[in-house]
Design a protein around this ligand. Structure first.
Ligand code: FAS
Ligand code: PHB
Length: 390
């Protein structure tokens, strides 16, 4: 088999890249380790930047998003005593859009099927070969077809944190930076009406909590938990009772609870791989970087990589110009580190970590007061959250 771009990974990064390349008439094949059902079953992210919504539109997959996504012009921050609002629209002139990653990935898959895109599921034991040559190839096995090979001009590593692409870059070339935080998030999805029409980020003395949503009858809640907690360690009752103790009383009083239809634990860590390219292999999204979900940046950062790589590939195939490809890693890494910085700052502001001294807690209180009272601080936070920090 032969194509122009072999895309490893059928998550949001891989599908978005495949659609954007298709729009430009650039032949590509997506290779996904799991089944479509497994990929679409992942709940994950919930907030999209306005620029990412436009990118999904450029990929031809935004019809349902534009119809059903909830536009949020701001968010509520609770400092443990009082709540205040950050007015994204007023401060940054942009909003964010609440639309679950599950729905987005489904839309991307539906569009991909509409255009007759090529995707191979259950691609096991995938390996990338000759990435430093101008004719790399990918091998894999599948029950249906046995050992397979695909030759390509370029390979896009969109296979997430546990994928094979990043590890294809030799240890002598690859530098990995990681910061693991001593906490995790326990997330619950429930078919209940959201407690508020905007998100509530709560920095309570008992730990962080987040009230989010998917639509008017589907809510997404998180509480900070111990890093070693398992979802099954928490009953629904225990979850709801703890959430109520961490959010402002006025919201706790009207919180609609119900059975969890999904419950999962997400570790809090930041990770960056340098470089994000090696020869004709280019890494996008979680394959190259991970951020704590506090800033709602993981999926948006992945989309930004995809936008850069698709533009660079379009430039190459249109005119032979290689500057976009040659500068991809430097551009994407400069952005990734700013996104890591914002996500870690926002996480540190809102979470309580083991070993924090009374001095640390007073500093945290001062930082929250600074965000509440100073327009300059709100400008930095708002611009970062809506996606201006690039
Ligand atoms: P993904 O991991 O989504 O997709 C990679 C794909 O590659 C997968 O389908 C995988 O099966 C496939 N793959 C892996 N190895 C392969 C191989 N060897 N061969 C072929 N295919 C292979 N972000 C937020 O903004 N907010 C959140 O609340 C949030 N919650 C999260 C919760 C969890 C549990 C996780 C893991 C992440 C969360 N994220 C969140 C971040 C998440 O949304 C990612 O940023 C987003 O999925 C990135 O998309 P991809 O880069 O496509 O990687
Ligand atoms: C979500 O709705 O899943 C969500 C929203 C905002 C975040 C993280 C997760 O910061």
């Amino acid at each position: 088999m032969r194509t122009k771009v072999a895309i490893i990974g059928g998550g949001p990064s891989g599908l978005l890249l495949s659609l954007l390349l298709h729009q430009a008439g650039i032949d590509n094949v997506v290779l996904e380790r799991k089944t479509r059902e497994v990929v679409l079953g992942r709940v994950r992210a919930g907030v999209l930047e306005e620029g990412v919504v436009a990118l999904i539109g450029a990929a031809g997959a935004s019809d349902l998003l534009r119809k059903h996504a909830l536009r949020h012009d701001g968010t509520v921050i609770y400092d443990g005593t009082s709540a205040f609002r950050i007015d994204f629209a007023g401060i940054s002139g942009q909003s964010v859009f609440v639309y679950g990653q599950q729905d987005l990935t489904r839309d991307l898959y539906d569009r991909h099927a509409e255009i007759g895109g090529q995707i191979i599921f259950n691609a096991e034991n995938l390996a990338i070969h000759d990435a430093k040559s101008d004719s790399p190839f990918v091998t894999w096995t599948s029950e249906a077809q046995g050992a397979m090979q695909l030759r390509a001009d370029f390979v896009a590593g969109c296979d997430g944190f546990h994928g094979v692409s990043r590890r294809t870059i030799p240890d002598t070339v690859r530098h990995e930076y990681e910061k693991v935080l001593p906490a995790a998030w326990l997330g619950v999805l429930s078919q209940t009406s959201p407690v508020h029409h905007e998100l509530i980020y709560a920095a309570s003395a008992r730990g962080f909590a987040l009230c989010s949503m998917r639509h008017h009858n589907l809510s997404r809640y998180y509480i900070q938990c111990v890093a070693t907690d398992l979802a099954e360690d928490w009953s629904d009752e225990a979850f709801w009772s703890e959430l109520k103790r961490r959010i402002p009383g006025e919201f706790a009083a009207k919180l609609v609870t119900g059975p969890s239809i999904e419950k999962s634990v997400v570790p809090l860590r930041a990770f960056v791989c340098e470089p994000m390219q090696w020869g004709r292999l280019f890494l996008c999204g979680d394959a190259a970087h991970i951020v704590p979900p506090t800033g709602a940046k993981g999926l948006n950062a992945a989309a930004a990589d995809v936008a850069d790589l698709s533009m660079a590939l379009c430039q190459f195939y249109a005119s032979g110009e290689q500057s976009g490809l040659e500068g991809y890693s430097a551009t994407a890494l400069a952005r990734a580190w700013k996104i890591v910085r914002f996500s870690l700052w926002f996480t540190g502001l809102l979470h309580r970590f083991p070993g924090q001294s009374p001095f640390d807690l007073n500093l945290q209180r001062a930082d929250l007061a600074q965000l509440r009272d100073h327009a300059a601080m709100q400008k930095i936070m708002s611009d970062s959250y809506v996606g201006f920090v690039r």
